[in-house]
Design a protein around this ligand. Structure first.
Ligand SMILES: Nc1ncnc2c1ncn2[C@@H]1O[C@H](COP(=O)(O)OP(=O)(O)OP(=O)(O)O)[C@@H](O)[C@H]1O
Length: 982
């Protein structure tokens, strides 16, 4: 295959040192000819390239990877080496070796430098992959620093090759200050990269020894113990080291940051064991055997005996001691089947069964299936953790919470747990770089106690406090980094202090309504209502952003029905008034049409046609001919604003001069889609010809500026957490509802016959009174698997019969878009009075006089979703009602929460409380915050606020952090944490 020049430059751009090392490794393994042990090629090169090209959608490289078979893989290595600029693989390997020899030399130079002294003098912050930001910027110390560094490094730089200099970044901007060991590790032992294997394993041993010496050096700051290679863990075999490194655990810190997913209660639960139940129990192995069933089938059976307390009331076994606790022993059978002749040999079976010794204490979890004998159960989909270390068994005896670790990269939780225990033993109590004052002020444990508390808690409170501290760290360094970067951009001390004050006070920068553009003012006048106080503030704030010569990136957040749409429309009018274009993207066609009709009706009220902007609607169901006309209009600038769905991000949609993109309900769009939308909007809009003068007073740079982005969301997120969540987005919140809104009366009822009858009567009353009713269903058609669920289509006829005289409509996702629009507009116009719908109406649908909603099988929806659905009623001045019907009484308590409150924030928290702390440290809960492994979106806003305040205080007392010499260590040592780009 002849690689194109784009493939070549693509690979060159990414090759760096990593790829060269991977090639060496693969080559070494693939050509190993040890007798009886021919090592195979690994997949490291393939997986690395594959990850890159899938991320960047590079098809020609992907094709390059489509090789298999040993000889093919050696060809692949050769090909990639050539693309990287070497003559062949051999040549690459020789150069790499030379490089490593120089690296050993570098280590000896490092040894002579007093890094602690340097880093204490010149602390720096390093966030993610960014270059270190120096915290000391006065020129005198700069000179001093340069002298120190140059004196120490001149020797080395003279002997090192250019290649090496580039690799280790000895440039003016990037000094090897801060904990040097991270860099030394980087050179010799392992990298914080996801390389699956290390090349030159023999040489590694040499480098590793050299590094161990360095690590033991007394000048090393304590916190850098955390950055030691895991190869310093005592009692770990080299196979385990390899496994851990392959799993991404290269340093002690990485290992300690593998947090438990939950804690098991060491008292086995009370109650009875039931079929299908998922249990977690401690017990003792009483037998383990490998059994051959036939020549190619065998199984391993481990029997675990567990003792549980069974309460008389919940027991199926009768006892004469009414109400007393009974201790009962149950036997759990854990079976694993093997097929294949090589798994049926006696030696294999002996080997696997000997791994589970009689008397070993284990922790098992899985699903219960009754066995034939009394008190015997099969455990399906099980996991078994051995409590191998004495310490773990003590935990059991002391009845402390037992941490359960998630597996990672195929590593057994037991290996992780043991390695973590060993890492904890190595920790020093003074590893904490956080200023002591901060810990006292926010009542936080130190880092040592936090790691101990999260991995070996004495009780759940201690685990929770530890978790708090670790979340605080994540947020604190992020805030410190961000604020510090902001301050760096500002010149004098007074300006810096002013900026900090502004951050503390959230001071508003606004443009008064008398200064708005004529179009925005006309739209304001056309409204049948006046804006609420926070709507007005939001518009003023946005207008201020729109006037600045840098692109706005703002999130407009407000509860359902608070009136975000008009705020966004006004922003669009402002840019259209200056001759630019606006794009308004929404997640559904129904919503796009609704916004389009709403805006056109407002524009119709403008006097005189000449100033009315040209608005278009572009969705997936717009006909090809019409789309072509609209796209052409956008390209020529004839159309000033387009409202639509994903079609707006299609490649063929090109704008002449796009200046603002509004993204409604932005959480509905994936990050990738949003990114695509932004980048798409950035490029095509710059194609202006020489005579395309948009506005006399716009400079060229303004015309070529990327568009402003205004994202809208009704998701109730605490302000502070939203700041972390949406990175560098500014936040505007609408906190009040339009006047005249009446609270929605809410009822949660059981959907049995009498419940349904009550609801139907309420509906009848509402219809007689002139209201309109939504009936919301979880599914469209009846399902055999879920017979308890009501279905929209199936109920349609019976509802029509029941409410004769009141026309009914049907709306669901499988309908054609014309039919959907028809159903919604009939309901809006009053032609139909009852609308049977699925949750397609959840987002944004606005029928102000809809006055009642009934949600069938409400237990199928989340609380936030039910709150959004309820927001479809009560959008006008009419008193509205909402009824949640559930199919089982057990769901009622959850729904009753909605009866009590209509505050989105309160409900988000209540949801959390109701779900219980269960998966306390689970990643799932923090789905929105991938950068923060243990922070929870719903509950940890206050920690972020505290971290924000702490960072402000730290920078307030010392703008350049000179008073916090440890800050350099803080920041560099914690660089892995601040992976969010700032
Ligand atoms: N200041 C106001 N006074 C009276 N009515 C208003 C005001 N602002 C908006 N409205 C009306 O309130 C209703 C809801 O507004 P809008 O659709 O913009 O809400 P939203 O914040 O987008 O809600 P959702 O998140 O549910 O989509 C609309 O009918 C709108 O015309």
């Amino acid at each position: 295959m002849i690689a194109s020049s784009s493939t070549q430059s693509w690979i060159k751009d990414r090759s760096g040192n990593h790829l060269a090392r991977v090639i060496c490794l693969e080559f070494q393994r693939g050509s190993s000819k040890r007798i009886g042990f021919r090592m195979r090629f690994t997949n490291a090169l393939g997986s690395r390239l594959f990850r890159w090209c899938s991320r960047e959608n590079h098809t020609s490289v992907r094709k390059l990877l489509e090789v298999d078979g040993t000889s093919e893989r050696s060809k692949l290595l050769n090909k990639v080496s050539v693309l990287m600029g070497y003559s062949n693989t051999q040549c690459l390997i020789e150069q790499e070796r030379a490089c490593r020899e120089s690296a050993t030399e570098l280590i000896s130079v490092f040894k002579e430098i007093d890094f602690q002294e340097i880093s204490a003098k010149f602390p720096c912050i390093k966030i993610g992959d960014s270059s270190p930001i120096e915290l000391f910027d006065d020129s005198a110390s700069m000179k001093q620093k340069e002298t120190v560094l140059s004196e120490n490094l001149t020797n080395f730089i003279q002997v090192s090759s250019g290649n090496l200099e580039a690799t280790y970044e000895f440039s003016d901007k990037c000094y090897p200050i801060g904990p040097p060991l991270t860099n030394v590790d980087h050179l010799s032992i392992s990298e914080e990269s996801s390389l699956t294997q290390q090349p030159f394993s023999n040489e590694l041993a040499v480098d590793s020894d050299a590094c161990q010496e360095l690590l033991a050096d007394a000048t090393v700051p304590h916190s850098s113990i955390l950055d030691k290679s895991i190869r310093c863990l005592p009692g770990t075999t080299s196979r385990q080291y390899r496994q851990l490194e392959d799993g991404g655990f290269h340093t002690v810190r990485k290992l300690l940051q593998h947090f438990p997913r939950t804690y098991a209660d060491l008292q086995n639960p009370r109650g009875s064991i039931e079929e299908g139940q998922y249990i977690m129990l401690f017990g003792t192995i009483i037998s383990s055997r490998g059994v051959r069933i036939k020549h190619a089938l065998s199984f391993l059976e481990v029997v675990v005996s567990c003792s549980i307390i069974e309460n008389e009331l919940s027991s199926s076994v009768k006892s004469c001691n009414s109400g007393a606790d009974q201790k009962k022993t149950v036997h759990l059978h854990l079976k694993k089947f093997f097929s294949g002749t090589r798994f049926s040999s006696q030696s294999f079976l002996n080997c696997i069964s000997s791994k589970y010794r009689e008397g070993d204490i284990v922790y098992v979890s899985g699903k219960i299936k009754k066995a034939l004998a009394n008190h015997h159960y099969d455990l399906k989909e099980y996991t078994i953790d051995m409590l191998e270390e004495e310490e773990q068994q003590c935990t059991l005896l002391d009845r402390k919470p037992y941490p359960i670790y998630p597996s990672k990269a195929g590593l057994k939780p037991s290996l992780l747990s043991i390695s973590i225990s060993r890492a904890l033993k190595m920790l020093n109590p003074d590893i904490d770089p956080m200023p002591h004052k901060v810990l006292v002020e926010f009542n936080l444990p130190n880092l040592f106690d936090a790691y101990m508390g999260i991995h070996k808690p004495k009780n759940l409170d201690e685990a929770d406090l530890a978790r708090r501290r670790l979340i605080f760290d994540d947020f604190f360094y992020l805030q410190l980094g961000r604020l510090f970067q902001m301050l760096e951009a500002v010149g004098t001390r007074i300006e810096k202090e002013e900026l900090l004050l502004k951050c503390k006070n959230h001071e508003l920068n606004t443009v008064g309504d008398d200064e708005w553009s004529p179009l925005a003012r006309k739209l304001l006048e056309a409204l049948p209502y006046s804006l609420t106080h926070s709507q007005l503030n939001a518009v003023k704030e946005i207008m201020w952003d729109l006037r600045r010569p840098v692109p706005m990136n703002r999130l407009l957040q407000g509860d359902v029905g608070c009136g975000k749409t008009i705020v966004a429309f006004l922003a669009c009018m402002e840019v259209i008034s200056s001759g630019f274009q606006a794009a308004f993207m929404v997640p559904t066609e129904v919503l796009a049409r609704q916004h389009y009709e709403h805006l056109t009706s407002l524009l119709e009220k403008f006097d005189g046609d000449e100033c009315k902007p040209n608005i278009a609607l572009l969705t997936g169901s717009t006909s090809t001919r019409e789309s072509r006309i609209i796209r052409n209009g956008l390209k020529t600038g004839e159309i000033a604003m387009v409202i639509g769905t994903h079609s707006l991000i299609a490649d063929k949609t090109v704008f002449l001069a796009l200046r603002i993109s509004v993204i409604d309900e932005q959480q509905r769009f994936g990050v990738v889609q949003r990114g695509r939308f932004n980048s798409k909007l950035y490029t095509p809009s710059i194609k202006l010809s020489d005579d395309d003068t948009i506005s006399d007073d716009n400079s060229d740079s303004e015309n070529f500026m990327a568009p402003h982005v205004l994202a809208m969301s009704a998701t109730p997120i605490p302000r502070t957490l939203a700041l972390a969540l949406y990175g560098d987005m500014s936040l505007t919140q609408i906190t009040d509802l339009p006047p005249g809104r009446q609270p929605i009366e809410t009822f949660a009822l059981e959907g049995n016959d009498s419940g349904l009858e009550t609801v139907f009567q309420m509906m009848r009353d509402e219809l007689v009174d002139g209201g309109k009713v939504y009936l919301v269903y979880p599914i469209i058609e009846e399902s055999e698997q879920l017979p308890q669920l009501h279905a929209a289509k199936a109920d349609f006829d019976s509802i029509r019969e029941k409410f004769e005289g009141y026309p009914c409509g049907l709306l669901h996702g499988r309908m054609h878009s014309d039919e959907k629009d028809g159903a919604l507009s009939s309901f809006r116009s009053g032609e139909t009075r009852i609308l049977l719908s699925t949750q397609v109406i959840e987002i944004g649908v606005d029928v102000p006089d809809a006055s009642m909603m009934v949600v069938m099988n409400a237990e199928r929806f989340g609380i936030a979703q039910l709150h959004q659905l309820r927001g479809r009623v009560g959008r006008g001045e009419r008193k509205s009602r909402c009824v949640y019907l559930c199919s089982s009484p057990s769901a009622l308590p959850r729904l009753k929460v909605l009866e009590k409150s209509s505050d989105g924030f309160y409900l988000a928290n209540a949801d959390l409380v109701l779900r219980g702390p269960g998966n306390l440290l689970g990643r799932k809960q923090s789905g929105h915050l991938p950068e923060f492994p243990i922070a929870r979106l719903e509950s940890d806003g206050d920690i972020l606020q505290e971290a924000h305040n702490a960072a402000l205080n730290v920078l307030g007392t010392s703008n350049d952090l000179a008073l916090y010499p440890d800050a350099g260590n803080i920041a560099t040592g914690q660089q892995h944490k601040c992976e969010v780009s700032c």
